[in-house]
Design a protein around this ligand. Structure first.
Ligand SMILES: Nc1ncnc2c1ncn2[C@@H]1O[C@H](COP(=O)(O)OP(=O)(O)OP(=O)(O)O)[C@@H](O)[C@H]1O
Ligand SMILES: [Mg+2]
Length: 297
């Protein structure tokens, strides 16, 4: 169950790549034991936020505290110690193809602990059992299905008994039943180990199954952070009531319902059309010189 113990604290986080500002000032607190789902359209900055949280990108400005420590102020050793308390399930599972499933799960334990091989072996069996893969320990990643690879990735992410687990699109590319199985696994693991989970997904069924709270990102900012129940209430609103929501909530509404019409599509077509045809953005500012090069007029 979530408590008031803050595990992740993000303040005024900005991230730019070259001239592109991807995150424009994100604030977010994630409490111990809760599962927070980060969602938003493609390219809105979800993976970038996740990478910043796990320390694989450096913020342009703003701060990130994990387990009470400002990650920009850590020494190498402190940062390694912190990373041992975090598990990460990458989108692809990111298994080493030349190593068996068992060896993939053993790797973090071999690299980060002084445990004896027999103990590591027991740990690996326990983690594989949790995800239902113990009979497949000796197979290579190429010899198992996509859903099994996700589960193997989860067993490896869990190897060090992390306090925080990060998932990037855990059910992407899986059939609905396998994807529901992964959701159940995430729920079980989070509940039985009291872990804090941060899950990036745009699969709405999955998000509503696993989330305690949800974060909607749009254009690099947080549009809404609230409980699953509140997001569900918005999702269930009839269209007549949704029309009365704030613009931010109308964006949330369209996203949650996967509707073809709404502020997201209106904005997109306005931007694209004006800019493509006229060299202007939606506000009518000139964005580019559209004359063909060499044209004389
Ligand atoms: N390393 C990088 N260098 C330059 N630009 C990047 C880099 N990583 C991400 N971006 C840009 O940042 C924006 C957000 O990318 P990000 O991967 O965070 O989106 P996302 O919300 O995860 O999208 P998706 O749902 O498609 O996975 C994109 O425009 C992308 O091109
Ligand atoms: Mg992504």
């Amino acid at each position: 169950m979530a408590s008031n113990d803050i595990r992740i604290s993000v303040r005024d986080l900005v991230k730019t790549f070259g001239t592109q500002t991807v995150l424009t000032g994100v604030n977010l607190d994630i409490r111990a034991g809760e599962t927070v789902v980060i969602m938003g359209g493609s390219g809105c900055g979800k993976t970038t936020l996740l990478r910043l949280l796990i320390g694989s990108h450096t913020p342009t400005s703003g701060t990130i505290e994990l387990l009470g420590q400002d990650i920009s102020k850590l020494t190498g050793d402190e940062s390694d110690a912190l990373k041992r308390q975090m598990g990460i399930l990458f989108q692809s599972g990111a298994l080493f193809q030349s190593m068996s499933i068992g060896d993939n799960v053993a790797l973090p334990l071999q690299e980060h602990t002084d445990l004896a091989p027999e103990i590591i072996d027991i740990q690996v069996k326990m983690k594989l059992e949790l995800v239902g893969l113990r009979p497949h320990a000796n197979k290579l990643p190429s010899q198992i299905s996509g859903g099994m690879m996700k589960r193997a990735g989860l067993a490896r992410a869990m190897a060090m008994d992390p306090k925080i687990l990060f998932y990037d699109e855990p059910s992407a590319g899986l059939d609905p039943v396998t994807s529901a199985e992964i959701d159940q696994l995430i729920l079980e693991l989070t509940r039985s180990f009291g872990m804090t989970s941060v899950v990036v997904t745009h699969e709405m069924d999955s998000a509503f199954t696993i989330a305690d709270r949800m974060v909607m990102l749009d254009g690099g900012r947080v549009l809404k952070v609230d409980t699953r129940e509140e997001f569900d209430r918005i999702r269930q609103l009839p269209e007549s009531e949704a029309a009365l929501l704030s613009l931010d909530e109308q964006i949330v509404y369209q996203f949650l319902r996967g509707a073809a019409n709404g502020p997201i599509t209106r904005r997109r077509s306005a931007d694209d059309y004006r800019e493509d045809l006229l060299g202007m953005d939606a506000a009518g500012n000139e964005t580019a010189d559209r004359r063909p090069s060499g044209a004389r007029y």
